[in-house]
Structure formats: C-alpha cells, structure tokens
Design a protein around this ligand. Structure first.
Ligand code: CA
Length: 232
C-alpha cells in the first residue's frame, strides 16, 4: 500500500506544551494532518472524528492515557497507537503493549525516529499477505511449505519455534511483551509462564542466528520483551 502521507490524520495527545508544539511542527513538516489534545477528555472527543493513528502520552492531567487505549480496543477499534513514554518507566511500556498499543517511543525521542515509527506502522497496517514468502536479509521463511532457511541452508525448527518466528517476522520492528507472544503464538488458553517464551527465543536464536550471543534478528528489548529487526 502506498497511500500518500498527506491523507493521514494523526491525533496527538500530549499535555506538555513544549513537546506538543515540537511534535506538531515536525509531523506537519512530514506531511501529516495533525489534531491535538491536551487532556484525556479532549482526546476522547477528538478520536471520534476519523483518525488514522494516535500518539498518546500516558500522564495526562485528568487521567491515564492507557484508559483511552483500553476503551478503543474494547470497542473493537484497531487504530494504530504509539505511546509516548517516560524513560524511567519500562513497566508502563509493558502495560501499554498489553492493553493494545502498537508501539512506543521513549522521551526524549528524536523526531526522525518518531516519524519513521509512524511510517512503519502505516506500512504494516496497510495489510501484508501472511501467505507470501518472508525475508529479512539472508533469513527466509515460507509460510506455505513451513520451511525456514538462511541463504541456501535449510534450518530445522520445531513447530512452535516456526510459529514464533513466523509471527515475529510478519511483524518486524515492533516490540512484543512475553504475554503478548504467548497470546498470539501459544493461544489464550496456554497456561505456561514467561520463561516458556525466553526458552523458545533462546532455541530459535541458536538455530537462526550466526552468533546467538549477538543476535542479529531477534533483539531483546530491555524491560519489555523481544523485537524482530527490520531489514537492514
Ligand atoms: Ca504528560
């Protein structure tokens, strides 16, 4: 999908005026249409009009930004949401991703990074067939044949390792919590714990990475979980 950025409408929810103006300027310069809200109440009102993405600060004067996230997901909305989170609060990120946010940036963030994350989300929400071949650098995965390899070399994965890799390769560039991975890969009824995920990631790395101690594909996101790297 290649919709022009001009048509994309972003709701920016941030009570810090300095950050709000800086982000507003940069997003407009990048060609987006931006609506702003400084409170939770204002954001709940503005999100009713047609928005394509939400940038969401969590600490708002009249409440927690996660409440907006939660209520949107509860009402069935799948609008992309990027959280603007504080550096010293990794647990905030985990909670945010667990209640349905798509991504986060850590303050103070660089505007080019935020714009890149926004474009990445738009690209991915543009709908990519999950039946086609997936490839990142020399690693490839064929969902139909359920085969994986690196260059010419076939790699032998257990079924769950394959499912985990398939899911992560289909969603590159975003961080997943262990609970999210369990829900998406093992299913809601699975009652194992987070260590199951760590164990499978370790096995997966030992098979797909050239140097498992310095992983190129599956990155650990400190305090959050794991992320599959986008193509370099
Ligand atoms: Ca704030």
């Amino acid at each position: 999908m290649n919709a022009s950025t001009e048509s994309r409408k972003i709701l920016l929810v941030e009570d810090d005026e300095r950050i709000r103006l800086e982000v507003l300027d940069s997003l407009q310069a990048a060609g987006f249409t931006v609506s702003v809200a400084a409170t939770l109440a204002e954001s709940q009102e503005k999100v009713q009009s047609d928005m394509d993405l939400i940038l969401l600060d969590l600490g708002l004067p009249d409440g927690d930004g996660l409440d907006l996230c939660r209520s949107l997901r509860a009402s069935g909305s799948d609008i992309p949401i990027i959280l603007l989170t504080a550096r010293d609060a990794p647990e905030q990120r985990v909670r945010g991703l667990d209640v349905g946010a798509d991504d986060y940036v850590v303050k103070p963030f660089h505007m080019p990074e935020l714009v890149a994350r926004i474009r990445g989300l738009f690209r991915r929400s543009g709908g990519k067939s999950s039946t086609g071949m997936l490839r990142t650098d020399s690693l490839w995965l064929d969902p139909q044949a359920r085969t994986v390899g690196r260059d010419e070399q076939r790699l032998e994965l257990k079924p769950r390792e394959f499912d985990l890799l398939h899911f992560m390769m289909s969603n590159p560039g975003r961080a997943w919590t262990r609970d999210q991975l369990i829900e998406r890969v093992w299913g809601k009824s699975f009652d194992g714990d987070a260590r199951t995920v760590d164990l499978h990631i370790a096995r997966l790395r030992s098979k797909i990475e050239k140097d498992p101690s310095d992983p190129r594909y599956v990155e650990t996101v400190w305090g959050v979980g794991y992320r599959f790297q986008e193509e370099s």
